[in-house]
Design a protein around this ligand. Sequence first.
Ligand code: FE2
Length: 305
Amino acid sequence: MSEMVLIDKVIPRTDVVKRTARIGAEIKNIELSSDLPDHTIGAINTLLLEHKVIFFRDQGHLDDVEQERFALRFGKLAPNPTFGATKGTMSIIDIDSARPPFRTDLWHMDWSCLDAYPKISVLRAVVIPPVGGDTVWSNTATAYLDLPPPLRRLADDLWAVHSFPVVARPTEADMNPYDQALTRAWFETEHPVVRVHPETGERTLVLGSYVERFVDVSKYDGQRLFDLFESHITAPENTVRWNWRQGDVAIWDNRATMHYAAKDYGDQPRVVRRAMIEGEVPVSVDGRCSVARVKFIKQPPANVG
Ligand SMILES: [Fe+2]
C-alpha cells in the first residue's frame, strides 16, 4: 500500500490545504493531543516531511504540559540550551515580546550552532497581536534546487561555522538578566552548507543567522557568498507566511526550513511557546558529519517561565 493511500485513510486529502506550491499546508479537523494513535502521528510526520511546515488552527485546548506531551510523540525533547523551561515542563520556552529571550526577526534555523540541532519545532500561539506578528518559513530544499548547477557544486563543497552568541558580547554589568543568560553559553559548530536530509534524502541548505563565517573563505568573500545563497532561500516564491490566531500550532522540519518572525506589531503583546525535538548530526553530500568545536555552559539556566 502506498504512503499516499495510508495517509488518506488517516487524514483525508481534503483536510490538507496547501498554502503555496512549494511549502506549507494547513491540516484541518484534527485535535492535537498526546493520545493520538501512532498511525495519525505517522501521517502528521509524513505531511511534515512533504510540506516542511504544517499548521493547525483552533488548538486552544492545549496547555504547556499537553503541548510538550504531544511534541514528545515525534522524538526526544530537546531542552533549550540556555533558558529554563516553563513551569511543569521539561523543555517548553516562552517567547514573549515583553521580555524576548533572543531575536527572532532574523532568518534562522533553531539552534543551528549545535551539532545535532533540533529536527522539529512545535510552536503554539498564546497571545497574538491584533495586526502583524506573522512568521515566514522558507524551503531550503527547493532553494538548493533553484541554484544553477555550478553554484550547487560550490555549496556542496562549502562548510560554515555556526556560533552562539554570534556578536561581540558586552560585560555582564552592561546587560539585563536575559542578555546575561545568553553569556552562560558558547557554542560553535562546523556544518556543511548542504546536508542530506536523513528521512527524505533531499539536499538542503544549512545557513541562517547563526553563521559566523565560511571555513577557508575570507570574511569579504564569505559575506558575498552568504548573501547569494540566502537570496535563494528567502525568495518570496520559496516561502510561506502564516497569520497567527490564538490557539494555532505550527510544526516545522528544522532540517529543511528557515524561518523569520516579523516584528511589525508595535508595542502590542505577543507570546508564543515552543517545544523542540532532538535532531541528528548533519551529514554532507560526501558523507562527512558536522563537528562541534566548542560547547560550553557556564552554569545551569535559570527558570524564566
Ligand atoms: Fe526560531
